[in-house]
Design a protein around this ligand. Structure first.
Ligand code: ZN
Length: 298
């Protein structure tokens, strides 16, 4: 058996825990409901304490909903910061798992996902990659020069400004902070709020999808111009509706109007904007990838 690592995919409705080493070697999955921080994180710690009685694991990687403080030099390191989720503002994720007694890596869920795709998935062999999830919220993580991008804390790609589409002026969006950010205009709840139905209930030819593809394409154009990635991976519940991919690619080409013409963007846009090749496993594999990075050269 390969050396084993712990992984946590921390979300707003559930925390998924597992151990493993790579794609095809993930085991002992459990799902723990996200209730209060004390209850949920107590169960996560207990899970790893129990696992350690049977299996040696080297470290634990946590990809968590945010915003978070992933900066080890900061006094707030390891905590969630300003989430609107009741009770979770300031929750000490890393501290809660310190009783397990293992090295812990802590990052955003989307940085975990982009790291997994970089190591094993759609970004394998690339150096510059963006992963954007479009679901209940919108977030993005980036690998730049084969390293995760952090900056002061971490990027918030869901909150870049995309303006308002013609015909959408009266909709004020769903982000509590900004009316015209990508999350406000294009997240699952924005579709529900604007059209009265969740995205999974809208037929492929509903006008919601044309508008959605335009907003997403504008967001991806901004990210393309800022970070010049070799590839953009789009995940999350809204993009399970795969008919939206060709619409987004067409709109992205229009948005950039021939201005930026290099790499896959210019030569094969079908390979520039792609779904995650690890599918829904990119989150838990991201935890494994973070854990591996935490203990050098694994
Ligand atoms: Zn916003």
């Amino acid at each position: 058996m390969d050396a084993q690592f712990g992984a946590v995919e921390g979300g707003g409705t559930k925390f998924v825990c597992a151990i493993g080493s790579k794609p095809g070697d993930i085991r002992n999955h459990v799902r723990i409901a996200t209730t209060t921080p004390d209850e949920t994180l107590g169960k996560v710690a207990q899970y790893f304490q129990n696992i350690r009685l049977q299996t040696e694991i080297k470290s634990i990687g946590i990809g968590c909903f945010g915003p978070i403080d992933p900066n080890k030099g900061s006094s707030g390191y390891g905590r969630i910061t300003t989430t609107p989720k009741p009770g979770w503002g300031g929750a000490d994720i890393v501290g809660s798992l310190s009783t397990v007694g293992l090295p812990i890596a802590f990052d955003t869920d989307v940085n975990a996902a982009v790291l997994a795709e970089h190591r094993w998935g759609a970004g394998k062999d690339l150096t510059d990659l963006i992963y954007v999830t479009i679901g209940t919220g919108i977030g993005g993580g980036a690998v730049v020069n084969s390293e995760l991008l952090h900056g002061t804390s971490h990027p918030e790609m869901g909150h870049i400004f995309v303006g308002r589409e013609a015909g959408d002026e009266s909709f004020n969006g769903v982000c509590p902070y900004h009316s015209d950010c990508l999350e406000s205009r294009a997240s699952g709840p924005s579709i529900q709020s604007r059209w009265g139905k969740p995205p999974e209930d809208l037929p492929d030819d509903h006008p919601a999808w044309s508008m959605e593809s335009r907003y997403i394409a504008r967001g991806l154009a901004n990210l393309t111009l800022t970070l010049s990635p070799q590839r953009i991976i789009l995940g999350g519940g809204v993009t399970i509706r795969s008919h939206i991919f060709p619409m987004i690619r067409n709109q992205l080409t229009k948005e950039l109007s021939g201005f930026k013409q290099d790499g896959l963007l210019a030569n094969n846009i079908d390979e520039y904007v792609v779904p995650p090749s690890l599918g829904t496993a990119s989150g838990i594999l991201g935890g494994i990838a973070l854990a591996r990075n935490e203990v050098a050269n694994d």
